[in-house]
Write a protein that binds this ligand. Structure first.
Ligand code: KG4
Ligand code: ZN
Length: 364
């Protein structure tokens, strides 16, 4: 039986929907997913776990500031949300009245950004008289592995997931779709944040992760050595690396103002090698200590080519069953929200119209 919210109105609101679904015993289930937690406005339509459309509008407005400006992000979401949803429905060839539910990111993320998606999804749920489903953004990054065409192979439970984004760096034990335990996470900056901040120090445009990844291919990863932090258990720390790079470059630029420009590729390769070393060390420790040899990665930084290569090499050497999402499902997208919504729909796990965005939202 479904998990219903405890207040009276939401209870009856959702009970009605649950009974409706049960009575229809539908074979085809279509869900609209909406994502607006940070600086991507995205919508996707999924039919029985298969993606029919996946639309993402990225916000270029933040580029000149070197990071996401929350107020500008909410305004851009406000402008983008209707055309993005409309395009996703048209591309899928689905009329809004044929939707069975609307799933939306409820957190974590920027409050103003989340509010745009959540308010829109609530209105749509009310207008179409279909259930509303709240989705945890980081859970969705992990559940992206269950998008049907992602691979002919799906991870089996339990598996380990490493979530790597602009706001999170976690090692998660995934016992079931919605039974996840964070084994360890970053104590300070997230890995994507480290990439972006270091790239900014190097004078590269935002977001810096893909820039460093691109440059790293042409550089020597042994050219410069940066320290790997010593932190307990499955915790991570990236602020020390950022400071180490900053001080190193300040010193070098004093001696030679053209140092960064002349060593761009080697610097990128060395930073990237250090970050990969930090991630791989903790992941290997988690596999060794839990005995779980099935590992999935997710989040924007899982697009990183250097990391993907390191994971594939390790998988072959140590017989690890590795799951790497296709590029379009690594950075923020709504297909992952739609698939998480579909899995919740099957459980009858709906939200009430009292759903509120949760900027801080622990994963459990
Ligand atoms: O998951 P995501 O799209 O948004 C958040 O939920 O934060 O992750 C964005 C982060 C940014 O920090 C970006 O620089 C990083 O992912 N990123 C990368 C790459 N592509 C995106 N970092 C390293 N290498 C990449 N290829
Ligand atoms: Zn994300």
């Amino acid at each position: 039986m479904a998990n219903f919210p405890s207040d009276g109105f939401s209870y009856f609101y959702n009970l009605k929907r649950y009974m409706l679904i049960q009575s229809k015993n539908k074979k085809v289930i279509r869900i609209l997913g909406i994502e607006s937690s940070c600086d991507e406005t995205a919508a996707s339509v999924i039919e029985n776990g298969k993606i029919l459309s996946n639309i993402v509008a990225s916000q270029d407005v933040h580029k000149e500031y070197g990071g996401v400006v929350p107020e500008l992000a909410s305004r851009a979401h406000q402008q983008n949300i209707v055309p993005v949803v409309d395009t996703a429905l048209k591309k899928a060839g689905i009329d809004p009245v044929d939707l069975d539910a609307v799933a939306v990111t409820e957190g974590p993320g920027l409050l103003g950004s989340l509010l745009v998606g959540v308010s829109f999804a609530k209105s749509l749920s009310l207008a179409l008289d279909i259930p509303l489903i709240g989705v945890h953004h980081m859970q969705a990054h992990i559940l992206a592995h269950f998008i049907r065409e992602t691979s002919d192979r799906l991870p089996g439970f339990p598996f380990l997931a490493m979530t790597l984004s602009g706001g999170h760096t976690q090692i998660v034990l995934v016992r079931d779709y919605f039974d996840m335990e964070v084994l360890g996470e970053t104590l300070d900056d997230a890995v994507g944040e480290a990439y972006d901040k270091i790239a900014q120090i190097m004078g590269l445009p935002y977001p810096g992760g893909p820039e460093i990844d691109r440059l790293a291919k042409e550089g020597n990863p042994e050219a410069f050595r940066f320290p790997v932090p010593k932190v307990q258990d499955y915790a991570f720390s990236f602020s020390g690396l950022k400071t180490a790079v900053l001080y190193f470059l300040q010193k070098k630029v004093k001696e030679n103002p053209g140092f960064i420009r002349e060593n761009m590729a080697d610097l990128a390769a060395s930073v990237q090698a250090t970050i990969i070393r930090i991630l791989m060390e903790k992941l290997k420790k988690a596999v060794k200590e839990t005995g779980i040899k099935s590992v999935a990665i997710g989040g924007g930084v899982s697009a990183n080519k250097g990391l993907r290569n390191a994971l594939l090499e390790w998988a072959e050497k140590d017989q690890i069953d590795i799951f790497i999402p296709p590029f379009e499902y690594t950075t923020d997208n709504a297909a992952m929200i739609a698939v998480a919504g579909y899995l919740k729909y099957l459980k009858g796990d709906f939200a009430g119209l009292d759903l509120i965005p949760k900027p801080r939202f622990p994963l459990h």
